[in-house]
Design a binder for this molecule. Structure first.
Ligand code: PXP
Length: 240
């Protein structure tokens, strides 16, 4: 058994966009990542299109051998796009215009109506829907009521603690208890944000987690060690 590895390639597009040219091409990197063992490819089509753009989504979603996970905000524009391109998976995330990266989990209570409508439409289109949430039992309960298939637990806090060599046991217990609870309700459990080799190793001890989504560290590390080697190393860590 192994935890699935979703590779987030947003930052391939960040590098491409820095020069406004075509290289490096997210589609090519997506194909290579799958060839080297990634289980899915994640792209976040942001409202401001700061990295991945509509053409990337069009190209990547047309390759059926790439299991695609589209991260998106709950807007009617994004819902229309998701239904048009039908990625295999969607992860709904909060989005703030001025944030550098997704800062926290969704505010479920504040967005109940919008989320309900979005999840219903995605479910009707056979798109597996995940909600990116903070590790909290209340949010897991709400995710279940909203009929999401999966929750992705935000691992930003524990990742920061581990990187700074601070105590992380409380965060670990919180994530583990949430994973156990979510699974007991029938939700599939994913985790992501800020992970590197060390965080992935620690969190892979939580049996209930079935998928990790990793981007910034993995793409950054590939510059030094190569995509193939980096994905292989993560896959080895995720083997149970
Ligand atoms: N999961 C979600 C929902 C995210 O928004 C992100 C960041 O785009 C990630 C995982 C990956 O985070 P990182 O790039 O820090 O590995």
């Amino acid at each position: 058994m192994s935890i699935r590895l979703g590779v987030n390639i947003d930052h391939v597009a960040t590098i491409r966009n820095a020069r406004g040219e075509k290289h490096p091409e997210p589609l090519i990197i997506a194909k290579k990542a799958i060839k080297y063992g990634a289980d899915s490819i994640t792209i976040h089509l942001r409202e401001d299109r700061r990295h991945i753009n509509d053409n990337d989504l069009k190209l990547i979603s047309s390759v059926k051998s790439i299991p695609l996970n589209l991260e998106m905000a709950t807007t009617s524009e994004m819902l229309k796009i998701a239904i048009k391109f039908k990625p295999k998976f969607v992860c709904i995330v909060p989005e703030k215009r001025n944030e550098i990266t997704t800062e926290g989990g969704l505010n479920l209570k504040k967005n109940l109506t919008k989320l309900k409508k979005t999840i219903k439409a995605l479910n009707q289109n056979n798109i597996r829907t995940s909600l990116f949430i903070n590790p909290s039992k209340k949010d897991i309960q709400i995710s279940n009521l909203l009929k999401a298939r999966c929750v992705e637990l935000h691992t930003g806090n524990i990742s920061n603690q581990i990187k700074k060599s601070k105590k992380y046991l409380n965060d670990f217990k919180k994530i583990k208890n949430c994973a156990i609870y979510a699974k007991s309700l029938g939700l599939e459990v994913h985790a992501g944000h800020g992970m590197d080799y060390k965080t992935a190793k620690i969190l892979s001890k939580i049996d209930e987690i079935e998928e990790f989504n990793i981007g910034h560290f993995l793409i950054g590390e590939s510059i030094a060690s190569g995509l193939k080697k980096t994905i292989s190393k993560f896959k080895k860590i995720l083997k149970k």
